[in-house]
Ligand binder design. Structure first.
Ligand SMILES: N[C@@H](CCC(=O)N[C@@H](CS)C(=O)NCC(=O)O)C(=O)O
Length: 208
């Protein structure tokens, strides 16, 4: 049994989607970020930077923080979505999500969605970077069915919930034909629909 410590955010959804995709039984423990649950000493013991998501694999007595590391762990355990012969490609797109796509879109959320009007510099900077991310992903998906090739992998699972916040981005997902094709295909997966709504049962990936 896996225990997932999470909140209803893109990083949180990556792991519920993965757990649904591999068909593992899991229990969700909500970490209320607005109330500061992430800073409680018991949580800090399993998450040194006070961030969700974290999992505990109770069967193996193993705790894991950082969504990319969790995805790799679950992929290794289940033998799914992280094919041995394509790891170099998958690692690149997964690391690009972890180190660039997520953090930059996250800043765009801060300046454009939550705090618009407070910093023109911040709003312009992250809008521009986010638009470039859409363009670059669209370019990649013009020549590749999924981010790391022909197969759906943990790189797609990591990236999808961030693009699913497209309504906050105001960039216009539907203008990006290849990214939209990829997004629509993933949105229709049964496991994605279930994992996406892990904290809000009626929540669906918003249409482009
Ligand atoms: N690199 C981390 C980022 C995790 C992260 O930023 N989590 C946010 C929610 S999406 C969080 O826990 N924020 C609480 C805080 O910083 O106080 C990962 O991918 O797991």
């Amino acid at each position: 049994m896996i225990e997932l410590f999470s909140a209803n955010t893109p990083n949180g959804k990556k792991i519920s989607i993965m757990l649904e995709e591999i068909g593992y039984k899991y229990k969700v423990t909500k970490v209320d970020l607005d109330k500061g649950d992430q800073f409680k000493s018991d949580f800090k013991k399993i998450s040194p930077f006070s961030k969700i998501p974290v999992i505990i694999d109770h069967k193996k007595n193993q705790t894991i923080f950082e969504s990319g590391a969790i995805l790799i762990y679950l992929a290794d355990q289940s033998g799914k979505f992280y094919h041995q012969n394509n790891r170099l490609e998958i690692n690149q797109w997964l690391m690009a999500q972890m180190g660039y796509v997520g953090p930059m879109l996250g800043q765009h959320h801060q300046f454009h969605h939550y705090n618009s009007g407070k910093s023109k510099f911040g709003e312009d900077r992250y809008f521009k970077i986010s638009k470039r991310i859409y363009e670059d992903l669209d370019e990649r998906l013009a020549v590749s069915k999924f981010l790391s090739g022909n197969e759906y992998t943990i790189a797609d699972i990591a990236t999808f919930p961030w693009i699913a916040r497209h309504e906050w981005h105001d960039i216009g997902l539907s203008k990006f034909k290849n990214l939209t094709r990829w997004y629509n295909e993933i949105s229709m997966r049964v496991a994605v629909i279930k994992g996406f709504s892990f904290m809000n049962e009626n929540e669906l990936p918003p249409k482009p």
